[in-house]
Design a protein around this ligand. Sequence first.
Ligand SMILES: *Cc1c(COP(=O)(O)O)cnc(C)c1O
Length: 384
Amino acid sequence: MNRNTEIFAAEIERLKAVDNFRIFPQAKHEGKYIFSDGKKMLNLSSNDYLGIASEGRLWKEFISSAEIDKELPSSSSSRLLTGNFPEYEELEDSLSALFGKESALVFNSGYHANTGILPALCGHDTLILADKLVHASIIDGIRLSGADYIRYRHNDYVQLERLVKDNSPKYRTIFIVTESIFSMDGDEADLVRLAEIKQTYGNIMLYADEAHAFGLRGEKGTGCAEEKGVSGEIDLLVGTFGKAAASMGAYVVCDNIIREYLINKMRTLIFSTALPPLNIKWTNFVINRIPSMKERRERLGEISAKLRDTLKHKGINTPSTSHIIPVITGDSGKAILKAKNLQDAGFYVLPVRPPTVPVGSSRLRLSMTANIPDEDTERLSKLL
Ligand SMILES: *Cc1c(COP(=O)(O)O)cnc(C)c1O
């Protein structure tokens, strides 16, 4: 080892000493099961919430559809050069119709969306107020924006409103940024309350990331904003296709003027090769079927509620109100041990540790999917 890498090696040793060293897990997939270490385990760490990816039925239907051989697996350019295939605008038309919004814009990933939107829209005359538990990609977007920001206590709208009141006269615009279903705690923002705060003060824009709610909430499955009837109040309604939609990419639905502005100013959109038309076509194929997947949404809601109830009866504390159900152990070593015990019993559960969650709040993160059989939820409930 040379002098230049010693410092990295020392940090690796430190991570190992506090049980926070990570490697890529080795696993083979077979439908909703994972094979690892010679064990077959039910996958409880997947974001495939509707079971679309693991089931594979829709994908087969898609690839056997007529024009699939004409779809390119590469776009070869940013959309502002030659990468703007018609598939993109078809998908954006589907999205704006589905959400009943003026327009939609598609991105390569949720990470691109969240690191690109705020830097494009915010500057020295804006203030960003973000929930303490927003996703790392949003935090990176806030930092890249260079704008003033304050992170309010998780879901503490009393503190938020005080911050808005104090700062509203000092800034041209205040951006309030939240997730709808929080990725690590599985609890929810009060979007209705946020809409009320927005209506009280004139210069607020609301930004909600529905990565974990898209496909799952509301009659049409577009997310919590639809479920709560506040889609019209959310200026930047963001979601991703890599989770329930079993694809890759992300969207914002917004006013047309914001879409035009982002196309002109958003660096993660402008300076990155667009997703392949094949992928976009698949996303559109799934999106068009999501509204009719009400049964799967209901099933997911039922088994998740059952598991949360069981935990509550056993006195195990979880903040969850959704299909993402964390069991917080605090200590990373404990989370690793408990995950291993569940894996030995046939459930593929992974520990989640810092920096993904705050120090001292390591946990198991159970992520329910609509295709988990009842026997398995019952057996899992007994084990926890
Ligand atoms: C997964 C996730 C992202 C990132 O989306 P990708 O498409 O995986 O890059 C953004 N925000 C939240 C809340 C997420 O959970």
